[in-house]
Design a protein around this ligand. Structure first.
Ligand SMILES: Cc1cc2nc3c(=O)[nH]c(=O)nc-3n(C[C@H](O)[C@H](O)[C@H](O)COP(=O)(O)OP(=O)(O)OC[C@H]3O[C@@H](n4cnc5c(N)ncnc54)[C@H](O)[C@@H]3O)c2cc1C
Length: 418
């Protein structure tokens, strides 16, 4: 099977890279083993919230220069300040083009609401989720929080308590419909995605509209868990129009309905552009000739190789098995690339759970063009993008999605410029 570019891993990084390349007429395949981090996402994309020394960043475009000074191995350092800004704008535009409606911009972080009701800075937030400009208060004095009876992944009381500290009073309502009884029979079925499938049906949505209208009383706005909009884009618009109030979604504990919708939209757009997406297949190994990868083999295709001019590794971090940790070492399982990690296992983690965890910065080494390093030398045609890269701490620096999309677009540009 011959392609211009073979992309290993179909999460945010792999798909965005594939979209950028396919738009320029490249024939691309994305081979992806399974779920990506998007399935667990908050519905917001972080670009840069804090420097490695802990200083908060309000304006990522202004903050990136100091980040590069403090952490020269950071993927953003390989882009440089100008490219960082340019690719952030392009990423936002590509997401919109793919039908992922996001709000926010790169010169000023806004705040999203966590599943516990706290505010956290971020770059882009999906349009239906609650986001605000202020880090200390919400735009309303009185809101109504609704939840499905027995849905345990959404903590209405914690949320109401946090909102009260910000000066917003909440009334809490739980609701039940006969159709929800079908999934309630087994408590493990009361998951956001199963509920969302029910609300993809118009008759169930109409019932929700009737309920919100009659029960929201004097509230200025209505908050719902993110349990609608799995298969449709305009559910919240419909609800707002028919109920006559502002309606916002809050992220739930995983699985993430907004994240899964984002993954589906990216995949759909990639395929619309002519890309080939192979889900449920795992790339196992590759053959090299000199400093080039010439053939890639997957579990499902056995001895039939994938052949491409370029290969992109976007297999994610430990979570997606792009990196594997044993008791002695950390390795990259497909190409056995050079990985940065401390030889002393004690140095992998910090016993203070809330401190920056060193293992988060471990990852695949690359040169300044994101070309993979193998035994100290860069491959000519194997690039690395996304969470599998070394040199950043997605949680402490608040840069997870940003690193994935910006490195993916940079890799695509380098391939296109060849
Ligand atoms: C649970 C979780 C939640 C997160 N939430 C957020 C958030 O809300 N906001 C934010 O900004 N950042 C978040 N992050 C940071 C996150 O890393 C990035 O946002 C980003 O989505 C990662 O994308 P990726 O494509 O680099 O990797 P991944 O999303 O991990 O995708 C890698 C893909 O590669 C596949 N794969 C792995 N090995 C192989 C193989 N050998 N062959 C074929 N396929 C393979 C995996 O199955 C997976 O689909 C989160 C991270 C995690 C782990």
């Amino acid at each position: 099977m011959k392609f211009d570019t073979i992309i290993v891993g179909g999460g945010l990084a792999g798909l965005l890279c594939g979209i950028r390349l396919s738009k320029e007429g490249q024939r691309c395949v994305v081979i992806s083993a399974g779920q990506s981090a998007l399935h667990f996402s908050s519905g917001s994309f972080d670009l840069l919230n804090a420097l490695p020394d802990g200083t908060p960043v309000r304006n990522p475009l202004a903050g990136v220069e100091e980040l590069i000074r403090q952490q020269p191995l950071h993927p953003y350092a390989k882009l440089g300040k100008e490219k960082f800004g340019e690719l952030a704008v392009l990423a936002r535009e590509l997401l919109l083009e793919a039908g992922i409606a996001v709000k926010g911009e790169e010169k000023a972080n806004h705040y999203r609401v966590t599943p516990m009701g706290n505010l956290k800075p971020t770059w882009l937030t999906l349009k239906d989720l609650l986001a605000c400009e202020s880090d200390s208060h919400l735009p309303w004095k009185k809101i109504a929080i609704f939840n499905v009876l027995g849905f345990l992944d959404f903590y209405t009381q914690f949320i109401a308590d946090e909102f009260r500290k910000m000066g917003t009073e909440s009334s809490i309502h739980s609701f039940n419909f006969p159709v929800l009884e079908c999934i309630r029979k087994n408590p493990t079925e009361m998951r956001s995605t199963n509920i969302a499938r029910l609300f993809d049906k118009q008759e169930n949505l109409e019932e929700l509209i009737r309920l919100l209208k009659t029960e929201s009383g004097e509230a200025e706005a209505i908050i719902l868990p993110a349990i609608v909009g799995l298969g449709q884009d305009d559910v919240v618009e419909q609800l707002q129009e028919k109920v006559g109030k502002t309606i916002c979604l809050l992220p739930t504990l995983p699985p993430s309905v907004p994240g899964i919708h984002t993954q589906q939209q990216l995949r759909k757009y990639f395929q619309h552009l002519g890309g080939v997406y192979m889900l449920g297949d795992t790339v196992l190994r590759a053959e090299k000739e000199g400093r080039k990868v010439v053939r890639v083999y997957s579990y499902n295709h056995g001895d039939i190789p994938f052949v491409g001019k370029n290969v992109v590794l976007a297999t994610g971090s430990f979570f997606s098995q792009g990196l594997i940790a044993t008791s002695e070492r950390i390795y990259e399982p497909v190409f056995d690339l050079d990985v940065s990690f401390s030889k002393d296992r004690e140095q992998w983690y910090n016993l203070d759970l809330f401190a920056a965890q060193p293992y988060q910065t471990f990852g695949v080494k690359t040169d300044d063009s994101f070309r993979a390093m193998y035994r100290g030398q860069a491959f000519e045609n194997l690039y690395v993008a996304g969470a599998v890269l070394e040199g950043f701490n997605a949680m402490k620096e608040g840069c997870g999605a940003g690193v994935s999309v910006l490195s993916a677009l940079s890799v695509a540009e380098r391939i296109l410029s060849k």
